[in-house]
Design a protein around this ligand. Structure first.
Ligand code: PMP
Length: 429
C-alpha cells in the first residue's frame, strides 16, 4: 500500500468519499487519488515523491504554473499584516480596477470566494434586475453547485452520472430551462415558449465541463441577438475562460458582448476568489446601493486579492503568454490527432486556446450528446496509462486539459510520447 492509499483510507472515514470535491476521488478512473505534497511550475509531486507533468493546474487557476515566485512573494508580504479584517482594503479596488481594465464591457465588479458564488450571485442580479425568474442554461454546462444551476449539469455532476442533484427543490429546478449547446433553435424555442419570463441565458462561452466543446461559428453572436430580441440578459460564465482565452476572456476572444460575466480560478491566482461583473447600471442594483442582496465575510480577502493582483498583472503585462499557450496546445492537439490517424484508437480531439480534450468517441463532439457518446471506460484506461507515465490528467472524461505558461516543449514532447505509447497499446488491445 502506498502513502496515497493509506491517506485515502483515513480520509474516507471522515469526509464523504475522502474528498472535498467529488471528481478528486478518482471514482471515474477506478483508482486511488494521488495525495499531493507539493507543486512547482508545470510539475506536481505526490506524497510518495513521484513527480508528474500536471495538466489539471488546480482545474485552471495555475495558468502561470504552480508556486509562482511573484505570487508567493505577494502572499507572504500581505499576510504579515493580518489575514482578514472584514473591512475595506485598498487591494480590493486595485483588483477591481485591474479586472475592469482587462475585461471589455464591464464597469463594476463584486468579489466573492468561488465560481459557484459568482454564478449564484450573477443569476440573482439577472433576476432582480429584470423582474423575471426563469434562466436558460445548456445541457452539460457546469456553473457551480447552487440549486438553480444543478440541472443537467456537467463536470463532477455528469461524471457521477447524476446531472440533476438530489436536494434541489422541484420549484427551483423548474425555473431552470435547458437548451442544447451550439443549437440556437433550441434556445429560441424556449424563449418563445416562455415569453417575457426569461431573466437570462447563461453559457460557458467555451464549454469545458463536458470536456472541451468550442462554440460553433455564430453561436455566441446568435445568443447575443436572441437575448436582445427577447429582452433577456446574456451571462458569460468565464470561470474557466476568463483571463485564459485572452486577457479579456471570451468577450475579447470572440468579440461578443455579455451583460454579466462571472470569474473564478485565475482571478485568485490559486487563492479562493470569484467575481461577478457588469455595467454600472446593473451592478449598482446590488446591495448596499440596490435591492439585490449579496455579501461575504471573507470576500475581498487581502491575501487572496494580493495573489490575484499579482497573477493578473503578470498576464496583463505579458500578452505573449496567450500566444504561447495557445500555440503549445494547438501543437499538442495536432500530435494527438496524428496519433489517432496512425493508431485508430477511436478518439476525437477538441481544442481551443489552452483548453483541450481527448474524447473516446469517433463522432464530432459539438454538444452534450456528442460528449456523452464517449466511452468513459476507455478514457479511464487512457488516464491510467498516462498517469503511470507521469502525466497527470483530469481523472474524468468530461473535463478539460489545462496547458499553462510553465509547460515547456520538453514537457509537451514527453506528453505526446506517453500518449503515443498509450494509444498504440489501446489500439492493439
Ligand atoms: N463555472 C464554471 C464554468 C466552472 O468550470 C466552475 C468550476 N469548475 C464553476 C463555475 C464553479 O466554480 P467553483 O468550483 O470555484 O465554485
Amino acid at each position: 500500500m502506498d502513502t496515497s492509499e493509506k491517506l485515502f483510507e483515513q480520509a474516507q472515514k471522515v469526509m464523504p468519499g475522502g474528498v472535498n470535491s467529488p471528481v478528486r476521488a478518482y471514482r471515474a478512473v477506478g483508482m486511488t487519488p494521488r495525495f499531493i505534497q507539493s507543486a512547482k511550475g508545470a510539475y506536481i509531486t505526490d506524497v510518495d515523491g513521484v513527480q508528474y507533468i500536471d495538466y489539471v493546474g488546480s482545474w485552471g487557476p495555475m495558468i502561470l504554473g504552480h508556486a509562482n515566485p511573484q505570487v508567493l512573494r505577494a502572499v507572504e508580504q500581505t499576510m504579515k499584516n493580518g489575514l482578514s479584517f472584514g473591512a475595506p482594503t485598498e487591494r480590493e479596488t486595485d483588483l477591481a480596477n485591474l479586472v475592469v481594465s482587462m475585461v471589455p464591457n464591464i464597469e463594476m465588479v463584486r468579489m466573492v470566494n468561488s465560481g459557484t458564488e459568482a454564478v449564484m450571485s450573477a443569476v440573482r442580479v439577472a433576476r432582480g434586475a429584470t423582474g423575471k425568474d426563469k434562466i436558460i442554461k445548456f445541457e452539460g454546462c457546469y456553473h457551480g453547485h447552487s440549486d438553480a444551476m444543478l440541472v443537467k449539469a456537467g463536470s463532477g455532476a455528469l461524471t457521477g452520472g447524476r446531472p440533476d442533484s438530489a436536494g434541489v427543490p422541484a420549484a427551483v429546478a423548474g425555473d431552470t430551462l435547458t437548451a442544447t449547446y451550439n443549437d440556437l433553435d433550441s434556445v429560441e424555442r424556449l424563449l418563445q415558449a416562455n415569453k417575457g419570463q426569461v431573466a437570462a441565458v447563461i453559457v460557458e462561452p467555451v464549454a469545458a465541463n463536458m470536456g472541451v466543446v468550442p462554440p460553433a461559428q455564430g453561436f455566441l453572436e446568435g445568443l447575443r441577438a436572441l437575448c436582445d430580441e427577447y429582452h433577456a440578459l446574456l451571462i458569460f460564465d468565464e470561470v474557466i475562460t476568463g483571463f485564459r482565452l485572452a486577457r479579456g476572456g471570451a468577450q475579447e476572444y470572440f468579440g461578443v458582448k455579455a451583460d454579466l460575466v462571472t470569474f473564478g480560478k485565475i482571478i485568485g491566482g490559486g487563492m479562493p476568489v470569484g467575481a461577478f461583473a457588469g455595467s454600472r447600471e446593473l451592478m449598482e442594483q446590488v446591495a448596499p446601493t440596490g435591492p439585490i442582496y449579496q455579501a461575504g465575510t471573507l470576500s475581498g480577502n487581502p491575501v487572496a486579492m494580493a495573489a490575484g493582483i499579482t497573477q493578473l498583472t503578470y498576464l496583463n503585462d505579458h500578452p505573449e503568454v496567450y500566444t504561447k499557450i495557445e500555440a503549445n496546445t494547438t501543437w499538442l492537439a495536432d500530435q494527438l490527432r496524428a496519433l489517432e490517424d496512425k493508431y485508430h484508437a477511436g478518439t476525437t480531439v477538441n481544442q481551443i486556446g489552452s483548453l483541450l480534450s481527448v474524447f473516446f468517441t469517433e463522432q464530432p463532439v459539438t454538444n452534450f450528446a456528442g460528449a456523452k457518446s464517449s466511452d468513459v471506460a476507455r478514457y479511464a484506461e487512457y488516464f491510467r496509462h498516462m498517469l503511470a507515465q507521469k502525466i497527470y490528467l483530469a481523472p474524468a472524461q468530461f473535463e478539460a486539459m489545462f496547458v499553462g505558461n510553465a509547460h515547456t516543449q520538453a514537457d509537451l514532447d514527453a506528453t505526446a510520447a506517453a500518449a503515443e505509447k498509450t494509444l498504440a497499446a489501446m489500439a492493439n488491445a
